[in-house]
Design a protein around this ligand. Structure first.
Ligand code: GEK
Length: 244
């Protein structure tokens, strides 16, 4: 169990959100109480990897944080001679991820890299997970990143892309944000914590609409794609590279 997230409960001035050691210390509690369906998504990444990981391939976890998706893949992959590459550009996260792996007993090799995913070379991939990571990437770098993922995937390979999403209809957008804030209150966050965290994320987490994501996936070459999970303004998509 990680420490309880009270990072936004104090009256300190609000600064842009960063993934530093203070966040790492409370991260499992923070993400579980902030992303509706997070534990389901992590579990289903394991279920999808049992089906989609191919023999002699690499499974990437881009923006791995403490490695929850990597661990879920590691415990569920059935294919022979698979390895996992987990990447994050926060030193504190990468150290925490390495510690989590030391406590884990599964045998599939995991390489943890501290690097910007914009610099990560992707090849021989059967699964690429981006679980709430693309939303933190500079918007004008997103097309090239998804194209790189497509090119690095083997035929039949799968991208699992989870994101906070925005809705074109302003009323629906407001409704889902409102429902999301109610969810956070139910999780024990105060109204003050919710509004302070929202302000800290404003310039850092840039959500896009479903249509923008679909258009990027199609532009990169993915023929098959759909949302497999959604709760209010949080969604997870799968996109599969066709067999050529
Ligand atoms: C999970 N996937 O638990 N390069 C590398 N890492 C990055 C970059 C980048 N350009 N931008 C952001 N990150 C995880 C949760 S958290 C989502 C992912 C959240 C990293 C950042 O350091 C952080 O660890 C992660 O992406 C986003 O399944 O906290 O809402």
């Amino acid at each position: 169990m990680s420490a309880r997230d009270t990072l936004f409960a104090s009256g300190l001035p609000i600064e842009d959100f960063v993934f530093d050691e203070k966040v790492v210390a409370v991260f499992p509690d923070m993400i579980n109480r902030s992303v509706p369906g997070y534990s389901t998504i992590i579990a289903m990444i394991g279920t999808l990897s049992a089906e989609y990981a191919q023999p002699d391939s690499v499974c990437y976890d881009l923006g791995c944080s403490l490695g929850a998706a990597s661990l879920s893949m590691r415990h569920n992959i059935q294919a022979d001679r698979c390895s996992i590459v987990a990447v994050d550009n926060s030193t504190a996260m990468v150290e925490g991820c390495q510690e989590a792996l030391l406590r884990d007993s599964a045998i599939i090799p995991v390489e943890v890299r501290c690097e910007d995913i914009l610099d990560t070379q992707i090849s021989q991939a059967s699964i690429v997970v981006m679980n709430f990571t693309l939303q933190f990437v500079e918007p004008n770098a997103r097309d090239a990143l998804i194209k790189k993922v497509y090119q690095g995937l083997l035929p039949g390979g799968m991208l699992i892309l989870s994101e906070k999403i925005r809705f074109e209809d302003p009323a629906l957008n407001e409704l889902f944000i409102d429902m999301y804030h109610r969810f956070k209150e139910q999780q024990g966050y105060s109204k003050l914590e919710i509004s302070r965290k929202r302000a800290a994320l404003e310039k850092v987490l840039i959500p896009e609409t479903k249509a923008e994501h679909v258009s990027r996936l199609v532009g990169a070459g993915f023929q098959t794609h759909d949302i497999w999970f959604q709760c209010f303004n949080f969604a997870s998509m799968v996109a599969v590279k066709g067999l050529q």
